[in-house]
Design a protein around this ligand. Sequence first.
Ligand code: BGC
Length: 415
Amino acid sequence: MRRRKILGLAIGVVFIASPAFAQQPTAEVLHWWTSGGEAKALKVIHDRFVAEGGKWVDNPVAGGGGDAAETVAKTRILGGKPPTVMQWHLGLSLQQLAQAGLLGDVDAVAAKEHWDALLPPLIAENAKVGGKYVAIPVDIHGENWLWTNAKVFAAAGVAVPTTWDEFDAAAAKIKAAGYIPLAVGGQDWQETIIFADVVLGVGGPDFFDAALVRLEDAALESPTMLEVFAELVKIRGMMDPGAGNRSWNETTNLVITGKAAMQFMGDWAKGEFSAAGMKPGVDFGCALAPGSGDAYSIAADSFAVPRVADPDQRAGQLLMAHVVMEPETQRDFSFAKGSVPPRKDVPLDGFDQCSRIAMNILRQSPHLLPSLGSGMAVPLAQGGAISDTIAAFFASPMSPESAARALRAAVAAAR
Ligand code: BGC
């Protein structure tokens, strides 16, 4: 019975795909979900796609944050051999691709399945260009999270910090107790997330908006930015000798194994704690980064759909659109990934305390911000200029004054 229903759905989707010549909906899926938690989450989509009649061709391009995968995807598109769907952040860079005429759309499914009514406006608006869905929303993540190891905190006798002063004091005590206070992965995108978290926590949402969304000179090189870099000088001093080029999940693993106490990272980190069998509130803690208040900096993943000519691939895009937006897929994917589902009607049952923090903020906060790290906030060129500057700051003894000046200059040069 269930099988018949599943087949019916698949046939329905292939039918609206209209390619009379389609043999089997087929999707080459280009993505960077290669860590333990990420792979578990992707398997949810894979299994349903295959169960509903699709053929899945997996194309992982490792590299957290997605720079490597996005570069491969663009090269493939420009070379005339696009993947069927590609992991992409919702936001400006997706809009840029669509405006360059490189994307198709999945409107046939979106209209039939009422996506406009099911998705929060922020997600729907970012997944559409010219009124058409050019991307399939997969998840909603936040970037201003602090992950903590409960045992290490207990051993050091400190509480999870909610202000930067508390953070500095806790870090000193944790260090004195013999642990790495803060696990940092020495890659530009990870350091950029830390930078953005400190901008939000020290300056507040209006400053974040002025500095990292509107890119105002007066905010980039301001007394508040000097305070931000003063805190980052302290954080730079907490880096352990192994930090250089360490991947985000190896960095999370330091917290999981109790070598380090804390990590600033998006809530995809929760997928690693969960995959390691750890429980939130018991073995590990999730809290918004110090000073965040009710502000949440959002990074949302999607599958963008390049223009494809092959009928099987076109049918694959439409079947993927249907499968990814099914409530069970959205729920089970987010359980494994640490995200929350874009669909508003997925029941809260089974979601843990971390997801509930995220869901409450997403529903109520007036301070939902586009994240810097995922290219949602600023165009690619300026985003790159910022992360290059932050990487240079972390790799040298640069002072707060020089860093703020370099930041303003780099952004100006990229305009
Ligand atoms: C993506 C997440 C992913 C993380 C690490 C982020 O850019 O939005 O989905 O888990 O990179 O790979």
